[in-house]
Each structure stands twice: as C-alpha cells, then as structure tokens.
Design a protein around this ligand. Structure first.
Ligand code: SAM
Length: 360
C-alpha cells in the first residue's frame, strides 16, 4: 500500500549535509535558491559541523521542500532533507521515544537511515548510529510504521549523542547514498587518486540512463590537463578513445591500452579536429579562466558535453562559482544559446567543485 504524501508531518525547515568547512557556502546557496523559489526563511550554520540548515518562516510541506530545495539543485549539498523534528538533550537511556512521537499515526516510511554529519566531531558516533539504526527499524516495524511502498525515507542526523535532527526525504528526490557519500573503491590500476573524482562525478551528476546513452565504446573524448591519467583512465575504462593534453607524462600502462593519444600542448589553446562526445578538464587555473574556456568549447561545438573542475582556494567561494556560471551563460546567450549546468562539491573534491555542462 502506498503512503499518501499528504499524511507527512509538517517541516520546520531543510537540512543539507556538506563538506566540513563549507557550511557557509551551503548556507549562502540555500538562501539564494530559496529566494528564487519564493521560500521564506533564513539559513544558519555552525562552523565545521558538516551541515547547514534553512529555517522556514512558516511550516511547510516536506514534499514541496524536497522539490524546491532538493539535493540535485544544490552544488554544496550532499543530501537535503525536510526537517520534521529537532532534539537537544536527548536522554541516553531512551532516545527512541521522543523521535517516534514526532511521526503522526498512520504515517509510514520505506526506510530509516541514522547518520552523522561528515565532521571530525561526529566521527566517534559511527558505531552508535549502526546499532541505533537497528533499534529504530525494529521500533517502527513494531508500530506498523514501515511500508516498503512508501515514497519516504526517514533520516535521523546525530551531530552529537544528545542532539538529533529528524528529517524526511522523498526517496526519488534525495541522494541515494548514506551520508550523501557514494562509497567508491580506488581501482589499483588507475594512475592517480583523482580518478575517483571523475567516477563520482559521473555517478552524481548524470542519471543512469544518461550514463548508458553517453558512454559507448568507440566514442571520443579530450582530457585537458590529463597527466598522469586518472580521468583518462575512467574514459578508457568505458571504451572511449581519448586525446590526453598535458605537458606532463602519462602513465605507461594507460598508454599501452592503445586508446590514448598524448599531446604535449597547452590545454588553453588545443582545438580538436573533430567534434568529440566528451571533454573533461582538471587544469589548475582560476575558475573564470576555466569557465571561459569551457563556454568556448561548447559554443564552438568542439564537444557535446563536458565535465570540469573549478578550484576554489579563494575566500569568496560561493560568489566565485556564481560568477563563473554567469559568465558561461552570458557568453552562450550572446550567441542565442543556453547552457545546462549541474554542479556538485563531490566527496572526493577538496577546495573545489565539479561541474557538468552541455548545450540545452
Ligand atoms: C590536477 S592535475 C590532473 C590530474 C588528472 N586529472 C588525473 O586524474 O591524473 C592537473 C594537470 O593539469 C596540467 N596543466 C596545467 N595547466 C595546463 C595547461 N595550460 N595545459 C595543459 N595541461 C595543463 C598539469 O600539468 C597537471 O598534470
């Protein structure tokens, strides 16, 4: 039996998970996206907590919030939940009862995830989360509050043992990974750890159907700033032919695949002879310079789509990202075109974000 969405409890706000140290960017983004969507409230954060909140001026419907302030719309959020309960001073001997009391009678969830933010302070709670998760599931089953057909997943986020934010996620609109982190194993044959960044970008920024359609053996790609070849390796793994542009050396095993041509050229000047399916770029440069170059590749039709990294070592990181995106849209608009941009600070990104772009 499907749980009707209308039976969900009201939400007091939204909580997003983010990289520790980037709470301010996550909050600025929540403020900006909420303002665009006409959602009234304010964002708040605690430094290095690994999460940011948007507090609503008036309680709202969780399903509407999931659509307006959802995970996929936010670059600095790994997960986004509608908050239905906030608890401080939870008693150690019985944390469950107050949490269970938040759920209205008859409301059912498909799953429950007990999580901590990805912060140093919360790490020691991992074992507690696992055992509390089991207890939570048992209690909900006992109360008849679990239904595999429900569109909702319940999340209990514990920044500390006594504090909990209870949230709801519409399963189809939320990040499908615990803590919003896809667990990727480093492939030993890959030339560098940055390989995980591009793999994660494909998992997070593309849908399953896009991955199936957009990577086919025999397709071609260009990798700007390719050495030693971690990103090229991901493309080769999917059967693509890659032109790797970098003055630095490429890893020998990768070159032996026969699918890579290495060009020792400047990535800011290189032009392909023919249109390629993919261009990827991991050159360390100012975001605006990279964005300008990406816009040029799309405008000239040199690639169908691209993935690139924007390094953010500066203070005003959110403003810098917005500036780079505006610049890309402006240069496309000047030619009567429009660019679709999807961006995320990935788990494997440090002071940077990863962006997917294509012409609409
Ligand atoms: C972060 S590393 C790339 C790592 C690579 N994505 C991997 O997975 O192994 C940045 C690379 O960009 C290259 N690079 C920087 N500026 C460049 C330019 N103007 N043209 C070509 N390559 C450049 C550097 O030589 C360096 O190898």
């Amino acid at each position: 039996m499907n749980t009707p969405i209308t039976s969900a409890p009201f939400a007091s706000g939204v909580v997003v998970y983010c990289r520790a140290g980037f709470e301010s960017e996550a909050a600025q983004e929540l403020d900006a996206v909420a303002a665009q969507a006409g959602v009234i409230g304010f964002a708040r954060t605690e430094r290095n907590s690994g999460f940011a909140e948007f507090v609503l001026a008036q309680q709202g419907a969780p399903d509407a919030l999931q659509r307006l302030l959802g995970w996929s719309r936010l670059s600095f959020a790994r997960q986004s939940l509608a908050v239905i309960g906030q608890f401080k001073g939870l008693p150690r001997e019985d944390r469950l009862t107050p949490l269970l009391a938040t759920l209205p009678a008859g409301f059912r969830v498909g799953d429950v995830w007990v999580e901590t933010p990805d912060s140093d302070a919360s790490k020691p709670l991992s074992a507690f989360c696992r055992s509390f998760n089991n207890a939570f599931v048992q209690a909900l089953k006992r109360d008849g509050a679990m239904d595999p057909g429900s569109p909702w997943r319940l999340h209990a986020l514990f920044p500390s043992g006594e504090r909990c934010l209870l949230g709801l996620a519409l399963i189809d609109h939320a990040a499908p990974w615990h803590q919003g982190i896809p667990r990727l194993k480093f492939p030993r044959e890959a030339p560098s750890r940055s390989t995980l960044k591009l793999d994660e970008a494909f998992q997070v920024l593309l849908s399953k159907s896009e991955r199936e359609r957009w990577f086919k053996p025999g397709m071609s790609a260009v990798d700007l700033g390719a050495a030693p070849g971690g990103w090229t390796w991901q493309l080769v793994r999917r059967g693509l032919h890659v032109t790797a542009v970098d003055n630095g050396p490429m890893e020998e095993h990768l070159m032996a695949s026969g699918l890579v041509v290495h060009k020792r050229e400047d990535g800011f000047r290189y032009q392909p002879r023919q249109r390629v399916e993919w261009m990827v770029c991991d050159m360390v440069e100012q975001p605006r310079r990279v964005a300008e170059r990406m816009a040029e590749w799309l405008a000239m039709g040199w690639c169908k789509r691209c993935v690139f990294n924007l390094k953010l070592p500066m203070k005003k990181r959110y403003a810098e990202v917005q500036q780079a995106f505006a610049q890309m849209q402006d240069s496309a608009a000047a030619q009567g075109r429009e660019i679709e941009i999807r961006a995320k600070q990935l788990y494997h990104d440090r002071e940077e974000i990863t962006v997917f772009a294509q012409e609409r």
